[in-house]
Design a protein around this ligand. Sequence first.
Ligand code: NAG
Length: 438
Amino acid sequence: MEPNLLLPLTMAILMIIAAAATVTADYIRPPPRKTLHFPWDPKPSSLPQQVHISLAGDKHLRISWITGDKSSPSVVEYGTSPGSYSSRAKGESTSYKYLLYSSGKIHHTVIGPLEHGTIYFYRCGGQGPEFQLKTPPSQLPVTFAVAGDMGQTGWTKSTLDHIDQCKYDVHMLPGDLAYADYFQRRWDTFGELVQPLASGRPWMVTEGNHEEENIPLFKDGFQSYNARWKMPFEESGSSSNLYYSFEVAGVHVIMLGSFADYDEYSDQYSWLKADLSKVDRDRTPWLLVLFHVPWYNTNYAHQGEGDRMMAAMEPLLYAAGVDIMLAGHVHAYERSKRVYSGKSDPCGAVHITIGDGGNKEGLAQKYKSPSPEWSIFREASFGHGELKMINSTHAFWSWHRNDDDEPVRSDQVWITSLVSSGCVAEKSHELRKILMAP
Ligand SMILES: *[C@@H]1O[C@H](CO)[C@@H](O)[C@H](O)[C@H]1NC(C)=O
């Protein structure tokens, strides 16, 4: 090699190495992790398993658990000091068969009235270990943990550990829980995996595509999901476990069903109108909506799948002044500006996709480019969200990426309510018109 070429060549090589170093200094997305191994661990069949709790109307909680023993009673004993139970409630039970699988006895028992912001100790079925739960506060502030598309992998475990470290009142899950995908045992292992958290704070879930498990002409969808994850649909005037609402401390939350009919002649749409007509923004200044398939999504994954539901329901929800809509489905994180009808709009909702709880399918890494003006932040990483409703005007949202098993706060934003910006008052006439229409 000519000596006078050596210097420029060395320079070029050094520059390439430097460039490569800056690229690798960027965050490197981890690969999917393996499905967790659950050793076969037969427990005494009367021992309560898969304990989880959910809100069930004002001052009430539903305690759900499973026993192998079909004669085990659906009884919960509870009280505010450990080991001494001043109250007792009896509930209902169900079970189901799915091909060769027979479920255990699935118990659902509503307890209450309970004090707000209070720790209760409880026991299921008259025996077994004592559990502890905390009821949500009666007034703002209130904090939600949010993670969708959970599954049961090493990443799910990492996400659950991070949620466990944060102070929150209620967990919200916008669909895709167990990734059982027809293997019913996986519903059981998921129930065991989440029990340490889900037995202590209400878990409010709505259905995703992985909950459906239908077999054409043979099995309707959502059999296992509805049997195991009963939500307060009756308490909120809905005729289906696939959509319902609940209220907690100044927040009205509507859980919609991406997999139930949603057109304007559907039961879901009529129920939504009835539910919105009951919302009192003086009592609950914040209005949140969750569903599985996102409406505002710039990822190539599941592109356009939410369009039909959005066309059917967005005008109504816009008139109602929904503050924030949270979805899953796309295995990545994305946050929008306030949007309506595909454009920024100061009276629209903030849309957040948070389908990155840790499932086995891995991350959705390809985004449309350029990014539209309304998309503020997007990243394909596993993680969870925390939504702190501080007072009637301010909420703080943060997204925490699972960075080598450390929760790293990667996106955060203050959100001011549509009540405080005047949007709710401005649109109240329009809302009344839609709600009054036959
Ligand atoms: C609501 O919280 C925000 C953020 O902490 C604060 O700036 C504001 O003054 C609070 N508003 C009221 C009415 O307390």
